[in-house]
Ligand binder design. Structure first.
Ligand code: C2E
Ligand code: CA
Ligand code: CA
Length: 752
């Protein structure tokens, strides 16, 4: 527990101190033990062992003294006393002297000396007795006996001394052994302890080296880091900066930057307390043309802020570029649809009034088909730049977006009234009417525009888009109308359209569709020359006019299926009449633009004629100017093929379109059908009279037949007759009739 709490440094110091203390104690123990052993051994070697030997020598020399005296007694050889006895006595004396230096027990020594002295004194008395002239042999024997007794006493003493010394030697020897043993054990224990401590130290050293290695690496990490790193103290002083910092400053030396500049001012200005409250913060800032990202870390243990700086200039640029690409059209650099939805979402959240407009180039598809994708793109680019100019010159705050190939959007700030928006759009349209000059030539374009407003019409972005689209669709749909402001009727109409579409899909299967035929009269010959086929739809109890459902059938493509059925039905009917003898009647059938453009249109007509066996010359197709206005080359080709088959062609609703009359020559047309709107007001409107007259003259000049439709009054008939109009069609002559009524009409009006 305690160990865990200690820092590595404290642990290392503790272990190190322990080794020193253990080492010191071991040294002391060894020193004292060895010197003790030395003392004991010294005593053994220098005193006790020699003492034993000297004791034995004394024993020997004392015994020699006694023996020499007994020999002297036996031989009475006086020299024995002076030589041998004296030598033994000297030895004894010498040894006892030596012994006194080796033995500590002084009383025993004293006893020994006095014993020896007694022997010597007795020996001396013995010698005197021996050399006297009257030697007493009894005395001599007594004296020898005393000496022997004394010698035995001395030997006893020496034996005691020898034994004491021997015990001392043994004890000393055993003590030494014991001490050496203890020393061994101590050394072993301490050695084990030191080895253990050394192992622990080794382990700690390994850890230390590892830590220090990683520390070194960490230290180098900062040094070698390719990104600038700066350390800041609480007084905003830079206390460290790595080489990458200097490198960055060197790279941008032109900007005269200093290290301190790299740190965001917003951070420097904060109080120390505020700064350290957040342990980590990332701040981006810009210097000259340099964008930097600073990650600031508060290192509480070091009391510094470490600031990691990275140069994000390129990243920023790339992001801006990506952002631009994501929200702009690459061709025109205008903001795109994503941006529009973002802007709408913001504005709706803002709750401030604004208007949304959608704008589309009219007949874009025809244009692409007629001039190709490249030139159309080029044209759209010119159109975009002109629109951009109109918007920038406007006094209103208007944003322009490019949504698709052909459509744009306006977002107009503030609450501009419908009339003001209309005026602005008229201005835009006028500018657009000016020819656009592209690399592919000069073009005139027309626009359709639909507008709605927030929050009057809708409060949600997607609803606004939907309503603006409805208004635009309406503007596209309506002829002579290029601007539509949304109202809720439009939305009702759309719902109606959706309803009708649903019903129409099942109308053919449910046999809800039928055909009526409207007779046509040749004025000069006063006879019926043909009939126009008109479609009728009864859905349940209600009658739905072709004016309402034909455009829907067009939009949804259902017209292809309906058109085929209708052609079969009408041609079969006509064939029946012809077979009955009414062989100069021509059957007119309305062909809508989508039918005409269908790739299988020609083969379908051929097939129907073949199936019904109707002679092509007795079939007339009514097409509108809209069909022939665009994609001229292809249209002309189809018209020529129809013509080549022998089919007659007429232009329906003539006068309402935009086609220049002069190019009519290019088309293999047989007949012009003057639109009923000019006929309706013939009696009151001089202008219409003039138009009708002009159309008739023009048609005649081009060698075309002229038919007027919507002839309701005698006066219409009279006027048309006076202008030498060839044919008429209208209620005046006959209403459209169902098959049965029409058959009887034919019976009574053809004279056959
Ligand atoms: P449209 O081709 O101009 O047809 C003439 C329209 O005028 C017909 O209306 C006809 O009933 C009506 N009409 C004829 N005489 C008079 C008259 O004296 N006075 C008045 N006020 N109207 C007269 P309807 O049948 O309602 O057809 C309307 C339009 O629907 C047609 O105009 C045509 O564009 C389209 N349509 C009708 N039937 C077909 C069809 O079978 N195929 C295609 N593609 N379109 C058709
Ligand atoms: Ca017609
Ligand atoms: Ca017509």
């Amino acid at each position: 527990m305690l160990l865990r709490k200690m820092s590595e440094e404290v642990k290392a110091t503790a272990v190190y101190s322990l080794i020193i203390v253990l080492g010191f104690i071991l040294s002391c123990v060894v020193y004292f033990t060895v010197s003790d052993v030395e003392d004991t051994t010294k005593a053994l070697i220098e005193r006790q062992m020699p003492a034993l030997s000297v004791i034995r020598q004394i024993m020997a020399s004392v015994s020699e003294q006694e023996r020499v005296l007994y020999e002297y007694y036996t031989t009475t050889e006086e020299t024995l006393y002076w030589k041998s006895f004296a030598a033994a006595k000297n030895d004894t004396f010498h040894h006892s002297n030596t012994l006194s230096g080796l033995i500590a027990d002084k009383s025993m020594l004293f006893e020994l000396r006095s014993g020896l002295k007694t022997i010597n004194d007795a020996a001396s008395a013995f010698q005197v007795n021996m050399i006297s002239d009257n030697t007493s042999w009894d005395l001599a024997r007594q004296q020898l006996s005393d000496i022997s007794h004394q010698r035995r006493e001395i030997i006893k003493l020496l034996v005691v001394l020898e034994q004491t010394t021997d015990v001392d030697v043994t004890t000393g020897y055993q003590n030494t052994l014991l001490k050496l043993n203890n020393t061994n054990t101590t050394i072993m224990i301490y050695s084990l302890a030191i080895i253990f401590v050394a192992l622990v130290t080794g382990w700690y050293l390994r850890v230390y080296f590892r830590v220090s290695r990683s520390n070194k690496r960490l230290a180098q990490f900062t040094q070698r880091n390719p990104h600038p790193i700066v350390s800041l103290n609480q007084y905003n002083d830079i206390i460290y900066s790595n080489p990458a910092t200097k490198k960055m400053l060197a790279v941008h030396k032109d900007s005269n930057l200093k290290e301190a500049d790299l740190i965001p001012q917003s951070f420097l200005k904060q109080s120390f307390d505020a700064k350290k409250k957040t342990e980590f913060v990332r701040i981006e800032h810009t210097l000259a043309n340099l964008s930097l990202s600073c990650e600031i870390h508060w290192l509480s243990d070091l009391n510094v802020f470490d600031i990691h700086i990275s140069d994000i200039t390129e990243e920023k640029k790339a992001k801006q570029k990506l952002n631009f690409q994501a929200f702009h059209c690459p061709e025109t650099a205008l903001q795109n649809g994503y941006k529009l939805s973002q802007v709408l979402d913001y504005k709706v959240l803002d709750d401030a009034e604004f208007s949304l407009g959608l704008l589309e180039m009219r007949d874009y598809n025809h244009f692409v088909a007629g001039h190709g994708v490249e030139s159309t793109r080029e044209l759209i680019r010119c159109m975009a730049s002109r629109l951009h100019n109109s918007v920038s010159e406007s006094e209103h705050d208007i944003e322009l977006f490019k949504l698709s190939e052909k459509s744009f959007a306006f977002v107009i700030e503030a609450n501009m009234l419908e009339q003001q928006i209309k005026t602005f759009c008229q201005q835009v349209e006028k500018e657009m009417e000016e020819p656009l000059y592209t690399d592919f030539g000069e073009f005139n374009i027309e626009l359709d525009i639909g507008f709605c407003a927030f929050p009057v019409h809708a409060k949600k972005a997607n609803k606004l888009m939907q309503y603006a689209q409805m208004a635009l669709d309406e503007a596209i749909e309506l002829e002579h109308t290029s601007f539509r402001y949304f109202n809720h009727q439009l939305s009702e109409q759309l719902n109606n359209t959706l309803k009708i579409t649903g019903w129409l899909r099942s109308a053919t299967d449910n046999n809800e569709l039928s055909l009526v035929y409207q007779p046509q009269l040749d004025i000069d010959g006063n006879r019926m020359i043909g009939m126009e086929t008109l479609i009728r739809w009864h859905h349940g109890d209600s009658y739905i006019s072709p004016v309402d459902f034909i455009p829907i059938a067009e939009q949804t493509g259902l017209i292809i299926e309906i058109g085929h059925w209708l052609l079969m039905e009408a041609c079969a009917m006509a064939k029946e009449l012809i077979d009955q003898g009414h062989d100069n009647l021509v059957l007119a059938i309305n062909i809508s633009p989508r039918q005409f453009r269908h790739p299988q249109f020609l083969s379908m007509i051929e097939q129907v004629l073949q199936d019904t066996q109707l002679v092509p010359a007795q079939l007339e197709l009514e097409i509108t100017e809209g069909v022939i206005l665009y994609n001229e080359a292809e249209t002309i080709a189809v018209l020529h093929q129809l013509k080549a088959m022998g089919i007659q062609l007429s232009i329906d609703d003539f006068g309402t379109g935009y086609s220049s009359l002069s190019y009519l020559k290019q088309f293999p047309i047989d007949k012009l059908k003057i639109d009923q709107s000019f006929i309706k007001n013939l009696h009151s409107n001089d202008e219409d009279k003039a138009i009708v007259q002009a159309i008739i003259n023009l048609g005649k000049n081009l060698g075309l037949k002229i038919i007027a439709e919507g002839v309701e009054e005698q006066m219409h008939y009279d006027y048309l007759k006076s202008l030498h109009c060839d044919e008429i069609q209208g209620y005046w002559y006959s209403r459209p009739l169902d098959k049965e009524s029409f058959t009887s009409f034919v019976e009574t009006h053809t004279g056959n």
